[in-house]
Each structure stands twice: as structure tokens, then as C-alpha cells.
Design a protein around this ligand. Structure first.
Ligand code: SAH
Ligand code: SF4
Ligand code: F3S
Length: 443
């Protein structure tokens, strides 16, 4: 039996792509190993969203190079967004690579491996498929692993938004949705194998179904349809763009018990001029209106976001607007980034006027504010009972399981390991809170 070592950088779409490669390779006789040294094939699924992500990839490859010297039969592949963006450059920089694939070549991973074995010549295989919709064909037979109680399902790939700072439209191509029937089938399959919660994935899930489908339906209708699938307990989605977030989707939160009360809605900046330069095409006020309407329909909804500080030209006053909006909305958690110029994007041509030191000071400041907001909210759970989907074992000493509540807080649980198991939905008394997580006893 051959062994494959898989490493993933970047977003959940990359995680889903890695899982898909694992499944395809499993059917060509590969088993996943956690030890690089044991591998016959090593794949690194890369991300180019920020410079740091790219640096991490290069340093990982630096460590992999000697393995190739000790085992000349080892096949080494780079896949994902860096591959699409810089395929030939990657091969020049790391001549010990056997192949480079883009995100649209995931389905061809077994062909790529065979081609290297036969020709022994390194190659780059990138580019976007020409189909109008996108499909992930079903593979029947055994699965390499049991699906997680909380499983991802890709519904749309690519992005048409072209925010001025972002590389994704170049690395993932144009938006393409999957046929609804294919989605229902995949979800039913996951549920049959133990999934309880489905997280619908895409760079911009709200523009699902806009074009290219034989049976087009808008995103909110897809939510209603999926919620009807027997055995599904919880439904989530990520990521949303404020401009495509419809009133009908707000209604879906109100109508569908299974659609959990959490929304990740990136704001990026709290200043309208910066939002304009970012080409987000909405104002802070419009974003706030959406949130107000959502909160009036679903009062206990928790909100998370993405924020960039130090965008070219961002003044101190503009940065302070971001702090204000964070405080006003009261995010339960945020992904916070310092702006990183990405070659080929419009913002990389803007004068990057914010010194590195200021960027990092601003980043520290929003992290501090977010920690306070998180602390205030996490503490309010003390003594309360929350519903948790058990996802697996806890790494926290003294706790048996970990899971999440509907609002997406991480919960560590104490309970009888013979009585409960991953996939169970339990009621938990919260006795302690720490950092970003809750902990307590299963009732
Ligand atoms: N599709 C999602 C986000 C995808 S990328 C959306 O539109 O909201 C995830 C996050 O990375 C972005 O929301 C943004 O906050 C951050 N990001 C993207 N490009 C970046 C850059 N050049 N520098 C710093 N952060 C960036
Ligand atoms: Fe990037 Fe903007 Fe598309 Fe999100 S919506 S992936 S930030 S271009
Ligand atoms: Fe990174 Fe590509 Fe995702 S650039 S964030 S892996 S879409």
C-alpha cells in the first residue's frame, strides 16, 4: 500500500480540495500518512492570499527537499492557489518538484501522479475548466475516513468580485455553481455516513446559482431545500459578501430552525473611503442596516468577520472607524490581517503609504479590542445551558469531547465516554470560560 502525506494552507476550500485529493488517491491505492518520511507521495496544497502564507509554503518545501535526495522515488507536488498563480516560477524556484497543479486540477490528481511516474519529467498543469457550472462527480465505494459530524460541502467556486486587494479571482477563476441535485445527493450521502451538520462553502456563497445552472435556484431557496433533507440537524455557510446578502436570506434565518444563529460577514474596514478603494461596493451604513435587520429577526445571532488594517492610504482616523464599527457590532470573533500587497492586484499598484510598524501596531490594537469583545461575550455564557454537537475528542486536559454550540463557540465537554459519541447533540451546563472557549458538563 502506497502512502501520501498531505499538507494544506489557506481557506476551507483548500481543506475541502485536500480531502477530495485524499479520496481520489485512496481509490488509486494510497493511504494518508501523518509522517512525511514514510510517504511515497507528498502534496502541499498552497495559498497565496498573503505573503506570509507563501513564505510558510517555501519554508515547508525547504524541509522536504532532503527527503527527495534520500528517496529519489518520492513524488513531490505543489497544488492550489500558488500553483495557479505562479506555476512555472514555482518549478524554477524548486526544481526538485515533480509537478504543479492549480485548484481546478484537483480531479486530475491521479492522472498527474501517473504522468510523473511514466515520464519522470516535471510539469505544470494549471488553468480553469471551460464548463459553465461545476461538478464534483460522486465516487462510489469505500471512504478513506468517516465524514466528520460537521462536514463541508462546496456549492460554488471562484469569485467575480475583484476586491482590489485580493488574489482569489485570479487563482480560482470565475464563479461557478454546482447543480442543486448534485448537492442534495452529496449531503444525503454525508448524512448516511454520520454527518449531522453541513457547512456550505464558497468564496461568496450568496451569489450561488446566479448563472450557468440547468436548474437555477437562488441561495436562500437552496437553504430551504437543504434544510428538508432528513437527518440533517444543523446548517451553516461561509463566506458571505454583504452585497449579495439578501433579505430573503435573513428570512431563512428566521424560518429555519436548522440554520444556526451565526453569520460570518466580512466587513474589511469601518471607513467608507477605504471600502471604496477596496472595491467592496457597499458603505458601513448599508452593512449596519443589514446587521440591524438580521438582529431584529434573530436576536441571539453571533457575528464574526474579516478585517484588514493598513490598507494603502489608511489614515489613523480611518483606522479608528474600524475600531468603532467592531465595538458597535460586537463581533464574537474576527479574522484580522495586516494588508499584504499581492502581485497583479490593483491595490498593489497603490502607494503603500502605511509603514510596516504602523500596520503591526494597528493589528495589535484591533486584536486587543477583539479579545475584550470576545471575553465579554464568552463570560456571559457562564452558568447557562448550551446545545453542542460533539465533533470529537478534546485536547483540553480533564475533558472528554469537543464541539460547538449554534453560535460557533468552541465547547469542551465532560461526560461519560461510553454513553456519548461524536455526532451526538447534547445539552451542556457551562461552568468555565477561557479565552475563546466554553467548558462544562453534559446534562
Ligand atoms: N471571500 C471572502 C474572503 C476570502 S479571503 C470575502 O470576500 O469576504 C479571506 C480574507 O483574507 C479576506 O476577507 C480578507 O480579510 C483577507 N485578505 C484577502 N486579501 C488580503 C491581502 N492582500 N492582505 C491582507 N488580507 C487579505
Ligand atoms: Fe476576494 Fe473580494 Fe472575492 Fe472575497 S469577494 S474572494 S475578498 S475578491
Ligand atoms: Fe488562499 Fe486560495 Fe483560499 S489564495 S484563502 S487557498 S482561495
Amino acid at each position: 500500500m502506497k502512502q501520501v502525506f498531505l499538507e494544506t494552507f489557506g481557506c476551507q476550500m483548500n481543506v475541502a480540495d485536500t480531502d477530495r485529493m485524499e479520496l481520489i488517491l485512496f481509490h488509486s491505492g494510497y493511504r494518508r500518512t501523518q509522517e512525511k518520511e514514510d510517504a511515497d507521495l507528498i502534496l502541499v496544497n498552497t495559498c497565496s492570499i498573503r505573503e506570509k502564507a507563501e513564505q510558510k509554503t517555501f519554508s515547508l518545501f525547504g524541509g522536504l527537499k532532503p527527503l527527495k535526495t534520500t528517496n529519489p522515488d518520492l513524488i513531490l507536488g505543489l497544488t492550489g492557489c500558488m500553483g495557479q498563480q505562479d506555476g512555472e516560477k514555482m518549478l524554477k524556484k524548486m526544481p526538485y518538484l515533480d509537478f504543479v497543479l492549480g485548484p481546478d486540477q484537483v480531479e486530475g490528481i491521479d492522472q498527474a501522479v501517473n504522468r510523473v511516474r511514466e515520464s519522470k519529467k516535471p510539469f505544470v498543469w494549471t488553468g480553469f475548466d471551460i464548463e459553465k457550472a461545476y461538478s464534483i462527480p460522486e465516487i462510489s465505494g469505500d471512504l478513506p475516513k468517516k465524514p466528520s459530524p460537521s462536514s463541508f460541502v462546496n456549492i460554488i467556486k471562484g469569485c467575480d468580485k475583484f476586491c482590489t486587494f485580493c488574489i482569489v479571482p485570479f487563482t480560482r477563476g470565475r464563479e461557478k455553481s454546482r447543480e442543486p441535485e448534485e448537492l442534495y445527493q452529496e449531503i444525503r450521502h454525508l448524512i448516511d455516513h454520520g454527518a449531522k451538520e453541513i457547512i456550505l462553502l464558497g468564496q461568496n456563497v450568496n451569489s450561488y446559482g446566479k448563472r450557468g445552472l440547468k436548474n437555477p435556484i437562488p441561495f436562500h431557496e437552496l437553504l430551504y431545500k437543504i434544510a428538508e433533507i432528513p437527518g440533517l440537524e444543523r446548517l451553516r455557510f461561509t463566506t458571505s459578501h454583504p452585497n449579495d446578502f439578501t433579505r430573503e436570506t435573513i428570512r431563512a434565518y428566521r424560518d429555519l430552525d436548522k440554520l444556526v444563529n451565526h453569520l460570518h460577514l466580512p466587513i474589511q474596514s469601518g471607513n467608507n473611503d477605504i471600502l471604496k478603494l477596496m472595491r467592496r461596493d457597499h458603505t458601513v451604513e448599508e452593512y449596519q442596516e443589514l446587521i440591524d435587520e438580521l438582529k431584529s429577526e434573530v436576536p441571539d445571532i453571533s457575528l464574526t468577520t474579516d478585517i484588514i488594517v493598513g490598507f494603502p492610504g489608511e489614515t489613523d482616523a480611518q483606522f479608528r472607524d474600524t475600531l468603532k464599527v467592531m465595538e458597535r457590532i460586537g463581533y464574537s470573533s474576527s479574522f484580522m490581517f495586516s494588508y499584504s500587497p499581492r502581485p497583479g492586484t490593483p491595490a498593489s499598484e497603490f502607494e503603500d503609504s502605511v509603514p510596516l510598524e504602523t500596520k503591526s501596531k494597528r493589528l495589535q490594537e484591533i486584536i486587543k479590542l477583539q479579545n475584550r469583545l470576545t471575553q465579554e461575550q464568552v463570560q456571559s455564557y457562564k452558568g447557562k445551558t448550551v446545545e453542542v454537537l460533539i465533533e470529537g475528542g478534546s485536547s483540553k486536559p480533564g475533558y472528554s469531547f469537543k464541539g460547538r454550540n449554534p453560535q460557533y463557540w468552541r465547547v469542551n465537554l465532560k461526560g461519560d465516554e461510553k454513553k456519548f459519541q461524536p455526532g451526538d447533540i447534547v445539552q451542556v451546563n457551562i461552568e468555565k470560560t477561557s479565552g475563546h472557549s466554553l467548558s462544562g458538563l453534559i446534562q
